[in-house]
Design a protein around this ligand. Structure first.
Ligand code: AMP
Length: 207
């Protein structure tokens, strides 16, 4: 099963992707996490990405497409994966389809997490204060001004992917304003609950 978790920054993609990873035993692929790891390791990619990320802009398509192309070839992706933060441009979505078609695969579901802007800003402020309270570093791109820029980038470059997937009839919308467990339940309703015989196919195969 290949799932794209789609939504603005701070809409809860990371939290829900982690749950999908655990429940459905598929790999969790977060390009943001992979880029932050590259920065921490001081790799060439990390060096190129750092300033761009700190400013709230998008890392060039060829970098993230390269990272994903390599990652989905690894053994733990054989049963499927959930993409968190990728694709973020129409070009990335097309590149993903290209990679998957080459393997006779395709995206099964695009789950769109709907959260309004005021709530996103509130969440990111909470995330920053919580980090400060715990004596942890605040993500540079969670600074309020940078976060507003990330939202603008989402609207200008990422949201235009939606018509692309709408044309493929893959979009399923969930109300990301609900409490975390309720959002998980909405996602489970799309994905089939993760129990044998409860998938959309299993429903027909199980007596
Ligand atoms: P995230 O953790 O998903 O919010 O990503 C943090 C930052 O990493 C983003 O603001 C971008 O600068 C960069 N990034 C992550 N994923 C992508 C992507 N698919 N395309 C371009 N930049 C990305």
């Amino acid at each position: 099963m290949i799932v794209v978790l789609f939504g603005p920054p701070a809409s809860g993609k990371g939290t829900q992707a982690k749950r999908i990873h655990e429940k459905y035993a598929i790999a969790h692929l977060s390009t943001g996490d992979m880029l932050r790891a590259a920065i921490a390791q001081g790799t060439e990619i990390g060096k190129r990405a750092k300033a761009i990320m700190d400013e709230g802009k998008l890392v060039p398509d060829e970098i993230v497409v390269g990272i994903i192309a390599e990652r989905i070839g690894q053994a733990d992706c054989a049963k499927g994966f959930v993409l968190d933060g990728f694709p973020r441009t129409v070009n990335q979505a097309k590149a993903l389809d290209g990679m998957l078609t080459g393997k006779n695969l395709g995206v099964d579901h695009v789950i769109v997490m709907e959260v309004n802007e005021a709530e996103l800003i509130k969440r990111v402020e909470n995330r920053a204060s919580e980090a400060r309270r715990n004596g942890e570093p605040v993500r540079p791109d969670d600074d309020p001004e940078t976060f507003k820029k990330r939202l603008a980038v989402y609207k200008a470059e990422t949201a235009p992917i939606l018509p692309y997937y709408e044309a493929q009839k893959k979009i399923r919308r969930v109300d990301g304003m609900r409490p975390i467990d309720e959002v998980t339940a909405q996602i489970d309703a799309v994905l089939g609950g993760g129990k044998p015989g409860k998938s959309w196919l299993g429903k027909w195969l199980t007596p």
